[in-house]
Design a protein around this ligand. Structure first.
Ligand SMILES: [Zn+2]
Length: 374
């Protein structure tokens, strides 16, 4: 079986591709009075990026460059480095606890370079390749941003309204503190109580070893720390980007993988922004990069690959680890993927669809490849 090539693909103009000649068509109205384009994306710092993350980050930069060119505006990329991702999992007395990557790095249990270098290498290469600057925003900075804390307060003050949006399964809003002594975070949040007082959010929880504790988040300041789960963080990001419209005179654009579109956008983000009284004209523009699929049609998953290896996906290991990709194929691999991704940014029919990992593997430079891909 030969791998598919770009020439063999047939592009069906589905959904929004019917309405647009260029991705810029989805941004132009929101950028009318803006002085700059500010594109935000995010990734969990859970190790070395796989090829799906690589092309997602590249696509973010390629779109930023497209918008800068079409709108005659400067553009930059903000990369939210989610170092609040779990770096250690523990089950204690039937409850699930984690320690974050950031805490494990700070206390010497994880190597910072091992967690961060793959991403900085990718960001540096892509930024240089397209002359679009970027900044990294670690999670501890994100959770301190005034608009993010303001949003936190508004959600914590109206928990009953937000439960069906950010926790439709069990109603538990997961704004989690960590034990001040051993930094354990109760992931399931069964012992969590969220309350508010004037200008503060209080998170009461308990550590299996150190007992009950309270974390107080100062809304106007920077004291306190909390881990917002994916749903809460997504809503906060929408709120933050809406605020950045004035703060930076920016057209704020959020670009993430397509798994953040569809049902997520319809059931979590959109109703939450409406409940927070953000007018739709103030919402950040949400764009989605193509999903990269494994051979079963699921999203290519590093976690499943690490857990199940080839039982999950019989794919070359280089596709699952940027360092290995560069070791085996060199920088021409990045050049080949960049060349493909710039076409996605040019053509809505190429942007609004998914690609398989095999499709990307077939793009890699043949001369450097000594692996059979399919
Ligand atoms: Zn503790």
């Amino acid at each position: 079986m030969t791998s598919p090539t770009a020439r063999e693909l047939i592009f069906a103009p589905v959904g929004i591709a019917h309405l647009t000649d260029s991705a810029t068509d989805l941004v132009r109205a929101a950028a009318r009075d803006a002085a700059r384009v500010r594109v935000t994306t995010a990734a969990q710092l859970n190790g070395h990026p796989h090829v799906g993350t690589v092309v997602t980050v590249m696509c973010v930069f390629a779109l930023a460059r497209r918008f800068a060119h079409d709108l005659y505006l400067p553009a930059e990329v903000v990369f939210d480095a989610l170092d609040n991702a779990p770096g250690q999992h523990l089950d204690i007395d039937g409850d699930h606890y984690v320690r974050t990557v950031a805490d494990l790095i700070d206390h010497g249990d994880l190597d910072r370079a091992d967690r961060v270098s793959g991403f900085t290498r990718l960001l540096d290469w892509t930024s240089r390749r397209c002359s679009i600057g970027y900044q990294i925003r670690p999670y501890h900075e994100y959770q301190q941003a005034p608009a993010v804390r303001e949003c936190l307060y508004r959600i914590a003050s109206r928990l009953e309204e937000f439960r069906p949006m950010v926790a439709p399964a069990d109603g538990v809003v997961r704004i989690r503190p960590r034990c001040p002594q051993c930094w354990l975070v109760e992931k399931s949040a069964h012992h969590l109580t969220i309350s508010t007082s004037h200008g503060a959010v209080h998170l009461d929880s308990r550590c299996p070893e150190h007992g009950a504790y309270r974390e107080t988040i100062d809304i106007a300041g920077t004291s306190g720390w909390y881990d917002a789960n994916t749903a809460v963080r997504s809503v906060q990001k929408g709120y933050l980007l809406a605020a950045e419209r004035d703060q930076y005179q920016a057209c704020p654009i959020s670009i993430d993988g397509a798994d953040w579109g569809g049902a997520w956008h319809a059931h979590v983000l959109a109703p939450a922004l409406a409940t927070l009284d953000i007018r739709p004209t103030r919402w950040p523009i949400s764009l989605f990069t193509p999903l990269i699929l494994d051979r079963s049609g699921g999203k290519l998953s590093k976690t499943l690959y690490v857990t199940y290896g080839r039982e999950y996906a019989d794919l070359p290991e280089a596709l699952m680890n940027l360092d290995l990709l560069l070791e085996q194929y060199g920088e021409p691999a990045l050049e080949a993927l960049w060349s493909e991704v710039t076409r996605w940014a040019e053509d809505p029919q190429r942007l609004h669809r998914a690609y398989t990992a095999d499709y990307l593997a077939a793009l890699l430079p043949a001369a450097a490849s000594n692996q059979r891909i399919a």
